[in-house]
Design a protein around this ligand. Structure first.
Ligand code: NAG
Ligand code: NAG
Ligand code: NAG
Ligand code: NAG
Length: 412
């Protein structure tokens, strides 16, 4: 009961916390001090989460062998819109389940250079289209901190480690974890270096194939890779671009970085065309492209960000594992051609957002190298032209996942 005296000494207890402490003193409690509420009551600045534990007994009352990533009060305040979100019970319930790892993970067991991927209790199909439930990733930083990574580039640092309760462990974190979202909002608003890839999927009518199916692995080249090939894409026909993009998808299988072994061959969505895995120390290569950001979590799978566009016709390309950058498998025609930065192709193909209510991708004059290719693709798109206006930003907010999160990302 040492924490009660510690609290008493600190003087200024929030009233909700006092109420919890009061009930603990007054009523008979089973296994006093080890149930979740008691353990949280022993910690400062956990008022909001303690309230949620009380309000959501279906989520918290029968836990066993789990690890709870419990955000502190400041983490909820950082969301800005917490009070309005709190009204939506089904969404809060899903979000809370995402904060519960389905196993006990002590912070000492997280080894530097070897992230732990753990399923959570969130496997409601409305939020999770991946086998065994949505995951959280735990990583040890050089300074010894352990960081949880969730969807939408949202990370939280562990502030208080390994608090034991009768259902497992509690780790107190400084940010609220965000349930992984589909590719559209994730690429557009959280990982903006993927906007050319996303725009290309809209332009070719492939977007649904990359977002409506379950258990996907997507190898997504970053914007610079598209920019380098701006001229090359403008020389290609729509079907050719479509075929190239389809090669970046592994349907029906979520492959995290730790699951990729040397000489693995993954089935792309193009018949008989595989994607070949190579590794060197901590570097992972797909054909000759290197993964530059691994394991971006989506509602329906995972994105591996790569440094070059892949080609189904260069599926035997091998990386030079000692080089700092890999050569493109297409002939660069864009940025290097002019010696100046060419406009990044396909970005103008993104549908509207709240801030651009009219869906009218610009093309032709003024948008340079990529525009001709985009126009060509657009006119023969399987969707019959320009994708309909869709306010993806609003869709995200409507699902109650929260506000734009850029400002909340903990600098690593
Ligand atoms: C608790 O929250 C208050 C107000 O945000 C802050 O000043 C204090 O440092 C926090 N205490 C701890 C131990 O985090
Ligand atoms: C894909 O994920 C769903 C949902 O978790 C699961 O039910 C299904 O078996 C998975 N399909 C494949 C092909 O792995
Ligand atoms: C899950 O995948 C199915 C198709 O397999 C799709 O109809 C559904 O909308 C997806 N759900 C989510 C939340 O992405
Ligand atoms: C691989 O890259 C290194 C370093 O840039 C270079 O010295 C070497 O010649 C390259 N090897 C091949 C086969 O291109």
């Amino acid at each position: 009961m040492f924490f009660f005296s510690a609290r008493a000494a600190s003087g200024a207890l929030p009233s909700a916390l006092l109420a919890i402490v009061a009930t603990l003193f007054s009523g008979p409690t089973t296994a006093a001090g080890t149930d979740l509420s008691s353990v949280l009551a022993g910690q400062v600045n956990m008022t909001i989460f303690s309230g949620l534990v009380k309000d959501y007994p279906d989520v918290f009352s029968k836990l066993s062998g789990v690890t709870i990533a419990a955000p502190n009060d400041n983490a909820f305040r950082k969301l800005g819109n917490w009070e309005s979100m709190a009204a939506n019970k089904p969404l809060i319930e899903a979000r809370l389940k995402y904060h519960i790892l389905a196993r006990e993970v002590t912070m000492g067991s997280v080894i530097r250079g070897d992230s732990i991927f753990s399923p959570t209790l969130l496997n409601d199909p409305a939020f999770s289209n991946v086998t065994n439930g949505q995951q959280l990733i735990l990583t040890k930083q050089p300074n010894g901190d352990v960081v949880f990574t969730s969807g939408f580039a949202t990370r939280g640092t562990v502030l208080v480690e390994d608090l034991k309760f009768d259902g497992g462990l509690v780790q107190i974190i400084d940010s609220v974890m965000r349930v992984p979202e589909p590719l559209q909002s994730t690429a557009r608003d959280a990982y903006t270096d993927l906007t050319a890839f996303l725009g290309a999927l809209y332009a070719t009518g492939l977007i649904d194939e990359f977002t409506d199916a379950a258990n996907l692995t997507i190898f997504a080249p970053h914007n610079a890779a598209f920019q380098l090939l701006a001229g090359a894409f403008s020389d290609m026909g729509a079907e050719q671009i479509k075929r190239i993009l389809s090669y970046h998808l592994v349907p029906g299988k979520v492959v995290h970085s730790w699951e990729m072994k040397v000489n693995d061959a993954l089935d792309s969505s193009i018949t008989d065309k595989k994607l070949h895995v190579q590794r060197n120390a901590n570097s992972i290569f797909i054909n000759s492209a290197q993964i530059i950001q691994a394991d971006i979590l989506l509602s329906n799978g995972v994105v591996q960000m790569i440094d070059n566009v892949l080609s189904p016709d260069s599926d035997n390309a091998k990386p030079n594992v000692t080089a700092t950058a890999q050569n493109p498998v297409f002939t660069p025609k864009g940025a290097t051609e002019t010696g100046s930065a060419a406009p990044t192709p396909f970005i103008t193909q993104l549908p509207c957002t709240v801030s651009c209510p009219v869906s009218q991708p610009t093309g032709g004059a003024g948008t340079g190298g990529g525009a001709a290719g985009e126009a060509g693709v657009r006119s023969t798109s399987s969707k019959g032209g320009v994708p309909a206006a869709r306010c993806t930003g609003m869709a995200g907010a409507g699902l109650g996942f929260g506000l734009a999160v850029g400002a909340l990302v903990v600098a690593l």
